[in-house]
Design a protein around this ligand. Structure first.
Ligand code: PRP
Ligand code: URA
Length: 223
């Protein structure tokens, strides 16, 4: 059964041909873990560039070898936090680190209980507080938004840090409508940036057609 998505204006689908092509490879059950990781990283680059396009820049003058030039750079008053959700978000974070090397990377370890589908937090490396004098932009990286339980657990950490909702982006390869709805009902101003919204979830909470278990496929732990 398909579920109606609330607030689609806070949902950005990146349908660049290279994203589509790599998503096609990712979905293929015959794609091996090495290839899976490289396709994930390629898509993550596109998604992260899209997600970060509203980071403010500030004009300044630099001296080129020829003459002074007016340039725009991200000022020190902007704090950027990238939070990969373990395990599958790790591959995403490689792309984020390359694009924004000055970002602070804070890992959050979550897995879904297979019976209840509820998130279990086993690691939280987020700071106790953020510098309120700075304008913080936060990017949560998790390839799969399924029931939305893991996303909600991660978002609560950012809510507790009082980071403004509209400065938080959730970046994901594939989303289920159920997960989008859950996130936007509680956090309507959090933008979700994704490569695709799939049809639904199956009875085990897996995204259909999806790509299977992202962590297992990336790290070759399917048995
Ligand atoms: C996967 C995925 C998300 C979560 C999404 O993690 O990476 O974190 O499931 O599902 P949800 O929206 O229903 O919460 P998983 O629990 O498989 O852990 P892993 O990355 O360590 O394999
Ligand atoms: N987690 C995954 O890795 N895949 C799904 O389809 C759902 C949750």
């Amino acid at each position: 059964m398909s579920v109606k998505v609330v607030l689609p204006e806070k949902l950005t689908i990146c349908d660049h041909p290279i994203v589509k092509h790599n998503l096609g490879l990712l979905r293929n059950v015959q794609t091996n873990p090495e290839m899976f990781r490289s396709c994930t990283k390629r898509i993550a680059e596109f998604l992260f560039i899209k997600a970060s396009e509203d980071i403010p820049t500030k004009k300044k003058i630099v001296q080129t070898p020829m003459m002074p030039a007016s340039v725009e750079t991200i000022p020190d008053s902007i704090e950027i936090i990238v939070a990969p959700i373990l395990r599958a978000g790790l591959v995403f974070s490689e792309a984020a680190c390359e694009i924004l090397p000055t970002a602070r990377i804070h890992h959050i370890g979550l897995f879904r209980d297979e019976e209840t589908l509820k998130p279990v937090t086993y690691y939280n490396n987020m700071p106790k507080q953020v510098d309120k004098a700075k304008n913080t932009y936060a990017y949560i990286l998790d390839p799969m938004l399924a029931t939305g339980g893991s996303a909600m657990a991660a978002l609560k950490v950012f809510e507790d840090l009082e980071i403004p909702e509209y400065n938080i982006k959730f970046i994901s390869l594939i989303c289920a409508p159920e997960g989008i709805n859950k996130v936007h009902l509680e956090y309507p101003n959090v933008e979700i940036i994704t490569a695709c919204v799939d049809e639904s979830l199956n009875q085990d909470g897996y995204i259909i057609p999806g790509l299977g278990d992202a962590g297992d496929r990336a790290f070759n732990t399917e048995y």
